[in-house]
Design a protein around this ligand. Structure first.
Ligand code: EPZ
Length: 420
């Protein structure tokens, strides 16, 4: 199994080009099912999850032409057909359930494996199914397979989401774009990735308003056509490198970012007395100050993102004093606490809060990535720890960070991949 060997790195300095957002690219690939023609997607992060999503599309007859060098995918749905979504591939990524909405809209019928939970939580899909039912679909669940069908087509309606679920908002939007009449989704998610999906669909001819607000209105249309779209920058990749620059007392410029998307992250770093410079689409972090401990509560966007929680925990581990992280989005997103504990961090978990008592130093140890953001947190900790850290299960990390080893080496990080 491949691992990363990571050592304390005192001269972290350089620039990072941020990739396109994984969590925008996945729903946009699913939405390409709705096009009658060709779509071209630019700034694609060719991560393992993205490649699996492409294989899922190819499995239903969609032509996919990848240009890794240009970070572009050309998609043609002329030979598309409907079938049960490939079981083997669905098991690999939860985001495969985002195929349900577009397949239901295009074919009026979907047969797909229940997406399993994962390390960070049960991750139910009740809100997705509530939306499909409200649009007129029938749903049957047995033997782990969900059969969804709408023999008389989908009809626009009003849907209230009990929680602003990102995936449910995306799936219901994609199911509604070809429905008869207008759909209103209330208390929906407002993440930038939702806005990017809406921009993609509108450029194909959809009529969607309210992206980025808690109420989205979709006027059903009869067909969607060709389009070309560039994915927004990955705010979580960008935030991860900002925290890494602070934790290692380094100096990193993160390029091609949208500063607005990172407001919660940069505000929290400034509150910790981390020096941050923002200009146009560049954010620079300088780790030379003495940092202050702060408290964090994860919230739906524009609140502090849960996908940045593990990385901040690594940064907080060696800040004098006590910091508290309250994780309100996922019920089990503290697995990295044990791993950081192996490195000497002093962190206790009480319910959905982690209490971090800063220690003078952490030391290298054998640890394992438990999910993609926890894995990033362990890299950050390893770059600050005395001695060598061996990080296992790095496939988690590579799901969310394209070419991370090369990017880290370019800014002076002591990281090496081994296979034993
Ligand atoms: C998306 O997951 C992201 N993944 C996650 O990023 C991110 O952490 C999450 O949104 C929250 O921002 C992708 O976009 C591919 P949710 P998603 O539906 O859509 C509950 C990463 O690190 N819920 O907003 O699955 C659910 O249990 C990943 O890149 C229901 O109860 O998130 C959870 O507690 C990790 N019923 C909360 O809502 C439902 O039907 C948030 O889930 C759906 C969700």
């Amino acid at each position: 199994m491949e691992k990363f060997l990571v050592e304390k790195s005192r001269k972290i300095k350089g620039t990072i080009n941020v990739e396109g957002a994984k969590n925008a690219c996945l729903p946009i690939l699913a939405a390409s099912i709705l096009s009658n023609g060709k779509t071209i997607i630019k700034r694609v992060p060719f991560l393992s999850d993205v490649n699996i999503m492409c294989s899922l599309l190819q499995d239903i007859g969609i032509d996919i032409n990848k240009n890794i060098k240009d970070k572009t995918i050309e998609i043609d749905t002329k030979n598309i057909f409907n079938k049960e979504v490939c079981y083997e591939l669905v098991k690999k990524i939860r985001a495969s359930f985002l195929l349900a909405g577009p397949l239901l809209a295009r074919f009026g019928k979907v047969s797909i494996q229940m997406p399993g939970g994962c390390a960070i939580g049960v991750r139910p899909i009740d809100l997705h199914l509530k939306g499909f039912k409200a649009l007129g679909a029938n749903i049957n669940q047995k033997h782990g397979i969900i059969e969804i069908d709408a023999k008389d087509g989908l009809v626009g309606t009003e849907i209230y989401l009990d929680f602003p679920s990102v995936g449910a908002t995306e799936n219901i939007i994609m199911a509604s774009v070809l429905a008869k009449g207008e759909t209103t989704i209330s208390n929906c998610a407002t993440e930038p990735e939702i806005v990017d999906l809406i921009d993609f669909l509108n450029s194909m001819g959809a009529k969607i308003e309210g992206g980025g607000t808690e109420t989205i209105k979709i006027k059903g249309v009869t067909s969607l056509n060709n389009c070309q779209h560039t994915i927004i920058p990955d705010r979580i990749e960008a935030g991860t490198f900002l925290v890494l620059g602070a934790a290692t007392k380094g100096e990193i410029s993160v390029l091609n970012v949208n500063c607005e998307h990172l407001k919660a992250v940069t505000s929290k770093l400034k509150e910790m007395n981390v020096e941050i410079e923002e200009k146009d689409n560049i954010i620079r972090v300088f780790g030379k100050n003495i940092f202050k401990n702060v408290d964090i509560k994860t919230m739906p966007y524009p609140g502090f993102p849960t996908d940045m929680q593990p990385q901040f925990m690594s940064l907080m581990s060696t800040i004098n004093g006590t910091s508290i992280i309250n994780e309100t989005i996922f019920e089990n997103r503290f697995m990295h606490v044990c791993e950081l504990g192996l490195m000497g961090a002093n962190i206790k978990v009480e319910g959905n809060s982690a209490i971090i008592n800063g220690v003078d130093k952490i030391t290298g140890s054998k640890v394992k990535a438990t999910d993609l953001r926890a894995g990033a947190a362990l890299i950050i900790a390893g770059l600050c720890a005395e001695g060598v850290s061996e990080i296992g299960d790095i496939y988690h990390i590579e799901r969310g960070y394209y070419n991370i080893e090369e990017k880290l080496k370019q800014i002076g990080a002591n990281i090496k991949r081994i296979d034993n």
